[in-house]
Design a protein around this ligand. Sequence first.
Ligand code: DGT
Ligand code: CA
Length: 364
Amino acid sequence: MERVILHVDLDAFYASVEELRRPEIRGKPVVVCVYSGRTEDSGAVATSNYLARELGIKSGMPIAFAKRAAKGKDIVFLPVDMEHYREVSERIMNLLEEHADRFQQVSIDEAYLDVSDGCTGNYPCAEKIAQEIKGEIKEQEGITCSVGIGPNKYVSKMAGKRRKPDGLTVVRAEEVADFLKDLPAGKLHGIGGKTEEELNTLGIKTAADIAAYSLTSLEKEFGKNKAKLLHDKALGIDDSPVEQKDKQQLSRIATLKEDTDDTDKIFKKISELCSDMNKKLQNKIAFRTISLITIDTHLQTQTRSETIPEADDACSVLPSYRTLIDRFFSENPGKMLRRVGIRVSGLSYKDVKDKKEQKSLFDY
Ligand code: DGT
Ligand code: CA
């Protein structure tokens, strides 16, 4: 069966999410930072939006460097809010999973979708799915993504990198060699800077150069395994499957009717979320840890967790949620909440005979 794989990567993820919830910063360069707290500017840039990238501000850069590049310009610096990004990510991943025969999340904002069952060797069919996905993410979450489509995971990833942001790039099996040939070795996913330097000293610069170099000669330089890996990267060969994995946690979040510090109203919302969570658990997934997620009127997210004896009914632990709510307000007197959520983690999957049945758990 000729496989067709999609790679989906959200554009400038943390920055896009911040722009969405803070209309006042839209249209400005935005830099999202992990502040270490040692001094005012110590820490690193997690990501920047495309306007900030034009000023040379990129992921991993020390915040102090970024501030220097930003001097005199109207740029927004924000701290990371991981809890919020995870929440958005989880909703998007659930949406993506519904479009795939097999689904593999690889990071907070990246996933592979194997659509081969419905679209065997049929690229227009896969392209239609990609368009649907882009439309749904834009409509439901207000952000863009870039999609690559190819005959395997590696080619789909490389295709997705070709056009960003909001890109869609299709590389059919017969186009792979041509698509890769002029790329510098270091741009091939999985080949690092050090290997690129070693290749360059052998006069090997591009994917085509690697492909033209005999495997035996490469083996002499790099050993058997790495030589094969380099050849595969240059030729676009990748047999690895899209691996459907069990989820590690499940959550449900909702907006309260009005901002409130009334614990009864909050508890009522939590009870509704527990019933909703049970539809997903179906008595087939047990959990060991519960968390209360609170988002206040200043958009600050906090999480409080408790480890419990294993349970499979989210409503059976409501008394523990009541305690967590009381704890939140005793530690945050005067705060008003806008949104609340629950999370269960430390999951174990019971009586799930095969992956197909497991997938149906998430299909409702
Ligand atoms: P893109 O995909 O080039 O449009 O931009 P991003 O921002 O989505 O970058 P990506 O896909 O490499 O990473 C996804 C998120 O992961 C990104 O929004 C922030 C976080 N991230 C990436 N690199 C770093 C890093 O070096 N440090 C930290 N703390 N976070 C990072
Ligand atoms: Ca991304």
